[in-house]
Design a protein around this ligand. Structure first.
Ligand SMILES: N[C@@H](CCC(=O)N[C@@H](CS)C(=O)NCC(=O)O)C(=O)O
Length: 247
């Protein structure tokens, strides 16, 4: 029985990776972008109800999404998923020393992302966004711009696209939506954002309705992309609240 199974080609749905998350960009978006840019078909599974979430959560080792499953691995933790995808699709150099610059940049970007997301959970955060923009956010972006300009290329690290570029785009794109003036002061980062967005497969994803309209959740509910093309009556279905009307 086993032998027969080994000689059979994998069924199509088995060979297709599955990325599970919610109907938001959040911690899954960089992986979605990487798979999209590399032209890898995948099942973009989005949990939209409490019932489904409770069942799935019981299977998860850390109780959180995203989860990535393919024929060889089942993986949790968004940064580990990204690194795995980069290795699997040949976007990382082989040597340990060649990889450290990617790791350093990935960690710096992930830290910046966490900071931005935490900001949206601060009490009264909507009252004084300028203080965050001109203080902490500008300091973070200054450091990131120095890191980016060290490479003197179109990419964050190395000579071609990597998971680090996908992660950077997710961060900068949320800034494009909520802190456009701050982003425009960091010209190198703003140019990177526009260049990345114009990669053909990324462009068609960004312009499509497959892309979630919601960045993530904050204290006041879903953070909606002001540039999203919403249909009249469109709702954001999620496990935590009643469906939220977007359009
Ligand atoms: N360190 C984890 C954190 C994962 C995480 O916090 N996931 C959140 C969504 S962003 C989640 O699953 N929340 C579900 C809930 O709390 O009900 C990662 O980066 O993957």
């Amino acid at each position: 029985m086993e032998e027969v199974k080994q000689n059979m080609p994998p069924r199509k749905e088995e060979s297709r990776p599955k990325l599970s998350y919610f109907n938001m960009r959040g911690r899954a978006e960089a992986a979605r972008l990487l798979l999209t840019d590399q032209d890898v078909p995948f099942d973009d599974h989005r949990v939209t109800s409490m019932d489904e979430w409770q069942h799935l959560q019981a299977e998860l080792p850390f109780g959180y999404l995203p989860r990535y499953v393919d024929v060889s691995v089942t993986l949790h933790q968004s940064q580990a998923i990204l690194r795995f995808l980069a290795r699997k699709h040949g976007l990382l150099p082989n040597s340990a020393t060649g990889q450290v610059a990617f790791d350093e940049a990935q960690e710096a970007l992930a830290e910046a992302q966490e900071d931005l997301w935490r900001f949206a959970w601060h009490k009264n955060y909507k009252d004084d966004p300028d203080r965050y923009a001109s203080g902490r956010l500008s300091q973070i972006l200054g450091n990131l711009q120095s890191l980016f300009s060290r490479n003197e290329k179109a990419y964050w690290i190395g000579d071609s696209i990597s998971h680090v570029d996908c992660l950077a785009f997710v961060l900068l794109d949320e800034l494009r939506a909520f802190f456009p003036e701050t982003l425009s002061r960091f010209e190198g980062l703003a140019e990177f954002h526009d260049r990345f967005q114009n990669r053909p497969r990324i462009r068609s994803y960004v312009d499509s309705r497959r892309r979630p309209a919601v960045f993530g959740m904050g204290l006041h509910g879903p953070k909606i992309d002001p540039a999203a093309r919403l249909e009249k009556g469109e709702v954001f279905e999620n496990p935590w609240t009643e469906p939220v009307r977007l359009g």
